[in-house]
Design a protein around this ligand. Structure first.
Ligand code: CP
Ligand code: NVA
Length: 302
């Protein structure tokens, strides 16, 4: 009998990545690699549905979760705000109580983290963060799988994140630390991550990428940022663009990563985005494999 991670009464949610310990996180990445090699070996969601609520736009998360639930034998229910009473004022609490009667898990993409915390507090099935203002842990799982695919082992790798100290940077710091990956974050004043999970913080991109095995960036204007801050963000973050010169300052064999969507010539040059050292399109694929392993872990208790 494998140890039980989840019980119906107190489900294990996945809101920040800290809900799984280091051993569980590494086991999940190993399982994701197995599922990448054999996408149809698991039928863990047979006869079950998973509710996937998108209050913000998505390409990768929506497609990878929807296809992933299907590959696990389940039925994905994609729910948009205009189709739900949530948008007319029904509370996250009541939404959680009702959805828990019908589905095996709930995914939510939203703004404030308080909303997903509220939903999770009242759900009797696992709640998964599909991106909030402060966290994007499913992205970090796929990124670790991509590092494992490239380098074999995760422990001792260094990942340099260069750009806005946002939800993606924070999740990389948290989930990366659990997997033994040293994360350094280079951002200008006003855009830096708070001290989190032992991440090294600097305002110098060249110091961050020194000895790094992977150089990572994300958009400069996130979905939950005020649109009227965009011009100031682009100005402050311009020196943090990933280009061939910055990549050359990393460890030999370093790869370039980006969670996407990309803005070529803003945070990353087209030469890097489509070049030989990127593993960005693998990252996009790995979302499905990593999230399938997560769904298996949270819904089957193994
Ligand atoms: N990386 C990511 O979450 O992409 P989407 O916004 O397209 O889901
Ligand atoms: N930081 C970005 C990530 C998009 C996947 C955002 O929140 O919009």
């Amino acid at each position: 009998m494998k140890p039980t991670l989840n019980s119906r009464a107190v489900p294990t949610h996945y809101l920040t990545g800290e809900e799984l310990n280091a051993k569980q996180t590494l086991a999940l990445i190993d399982r994701a690699a197995e599922l990448r090699a054999a996408p149809h070996v698991s039928n863990v969601l047979a006869g079950k549905s998973v509710a996937l609520i998108f209050e913000k736009p998505s390409t990768r998360t929506r497609v990878s979760f929807e296809a992933g639930v299907f590959e696990l034998g389940g039925h994905p229910l994609i729910l948009r705000p205009d189709e739900m009473q949530l948008s007319r004022g029904e509370s996250p609490r009541d939404t959680a109580l009702v959805l828990s009667r019908h589905v095996a898990a709930i995914g939510l993409r939203t703004g404030a983290d308080e909303k997903i915390q509220d939903l999770a507090a009242h759900a009797s099935v696992p709640v998964i963060n599909m991106l909030t203002r402060d966290h994007h842990p499913c992205q970090a799982l796929a990124d670790l799988l991509t590092l494992k695919q490239e380098f074999g082992a995760l422990d001792g790798l260094k990942l340099a994140y260069v750009g806005d100290g946002n939800n993606v940077a924070r999740s990389l710091a948290i989930v990366g630390a659990l997997a033994g990956v040293q994360v350094s974050v280079a951002a200008p004043e006003g855009y830096q991550l708070e001290p989190v999970a032992g991440a090294q913080l600097t305002d110098d991109p060249y110091s961050a990428v020194k000895d790094a095995n992977a150089v990572y960036t994300d958009v400069w204007v996130s979905m939950n940022d005020d649109a009227d801050t965009a011009a100031a963000r682009r100005k402050a973050l311009a020196p943090y663009r990933i280009d061939d010169k910055l990549l050359a300052a990393a460890a030999p064999g370093a790869i370039a990563l980006h969670c996407l969507p990309a803005h070529p010539d803003e945070e990353i040059t087209p030469a890097v985005l489509y070049g030989e050292r990127q593993r960005i399109w693998d990252q996009a694929e790995n979302r499905r494999h990593a999230q399938k392993a997560l769904l298996e872990t949270l819904t089957s208790g193994s």
